[in-house]
Design a binder for this molecule. Structure first.
Ligand SMILES: [Zn+2]
Length: 346
């Protein structure tokens, strides 16, 4: 009998019953955590908080080794009972396939003998420059050009008044924008997320020309080359998982296209690394970003599990097709340790 549930995402009634049950009886079984990182680099123009600095990452990992039991994702997915798991199991994962993970995180993981799974977007391998979302953040948020001018050029409707003099301040893209530049970034991000490739390229060209040149103050958010991926996959502590070809919102595309994204990313990764690829992470990963067609696609492609992107511990009632993960931010070690402890009690 497999440890994790094989069901698709639980229905609403089931969810409420489970919540109510949790209040009166202790959690059924041991809790495991799955962590998700994206980049290990100094955070600059990072509206989605994807960067953890190399120093903070090393500190976080050192703490994790002392307060929890780092295991591979396979150990959690493959466990047949609580007895197969250590007392505080935690798995480490990375999404997307940024080169800084290979250069800054893998040596730390290797040094601490900590297993990790890297979910790679195959269409981003060997990309020259940056992918659209990273370029947009850099151009709009770091430029010293007038954002109002770009709003006018693109003919965007501003629905709020902003203090145009207000300086940029630390802000995360899921918070309400505090100035026009932040609003502009979020507006363009939302419009481009589901835009066709050529439309996206056209808008980015306009943004580039408004910017008046590439801001060179920050090193680009480069993706892995195929060669780096092959070297990374040969490390005994690293497993490679799939994250589609083009990083779409899977729930928004046709079933056939979803299947294509899923199967061809797996095939490319297996061909490049010579290893079986059994784990998958949904791009963006919130509940509205994948659906039952997506789950059917990853099951029939031969994957063993699907990772989502919302924080909750994994227990024996968790569906293996919607494994929750906690995103780690650029936290100091003591704050990180408190979060980990709290998450086991969630
Ligand atoms: Zn992703």
């Amino acid at each position: 009998m497999p440890y994790l549930s094989n069901s698709r995402v639980a229905g609403t009634v089931k969810k409420y019953l489970r919540r109510a049950q949790r209040k009166i009886v202790p959690r059924r079984g041991k809790a495991s955590l799955i962590l998700v990182y994206h980049r290990v680099a100094e955070p600059v123009a990072d509206p989605w908080s994807l960067c953890v600095s190399p120093k903070r990452f090393a500190d976080q990992l050192a703490v994790l080794k002392t307060i929890a039991d780092v295991v591979s994702l396979d150990t959690i997915v493959g466990a047949r009972s609580d007895a197969d798991l250590p007392s505080r199991p935690v798995a480490i994962t990375f999404d997307d396939g940024y080169a800084d993970v290979f250069h800054n995180a893998v040596p730390v993981l290797d040094g601490l003998k900590a297993p990790a799974t890297m979910f790679v977007t195959t269409g981003y391998l060997d990309t020259e420059g940056e992918v659209w979302s990273d370029e947009l953040a850099r151009l709009v948020l770091l430029s010293d050009q007038d954002p109002l001018r770009l709003v006018e050029i693109l003919g965007l409707p501003i629905r709020r008044n902003f203090d145009l003099q207000k300086e940029a301040e630390p802000w995360r893209a899921w918070e309400a924008p505090r100035n026009l530049r932040q609003w502009l970034y979020r507006e363009l991000y939302d419009r481009l997320l589901n835009a066709a490739e050529n439309r996206r390229a056209d808008v980015l060209a306009v943004v580039r020309s408004w910017c008046g040149g590439w801001p060179h103050s920050v090193s680009p958010a480069r993706f892995l080359t195929s060669d780096e991926l092959i070297r990374m996959a040969s490390n005994p502590w690293i497993q490679i998982g799939a994250h589609t070809v083009s990083h779409p919102v899977l729930a928004k595309i046709q079933r056939e296209k979803q299947a294509q994204e899923v199967t061809s990313s797996r095939r490319s990764l297996q061909k490049l690394t010579g290893k079986e690829v059994q784990t998958f992470a949904y791009p963006y990963g919130k509940k509205n970003h994948f659906n039952t067609d997506t789950i059917s696609a990853i099951r029939s492609a031969g994957f063993h599990c699907g990772c989502a992107n919302y924080g909750r511990p994994v227990t024996r009632t968790t569906s293996r097709w919607a494994l929750p993960r906690y995103q780690v931010l650029n936290w100091q070690a003591d704050f990180f340790a408190r979060e980990i402890t709290r998450w086991y009690q969630d």
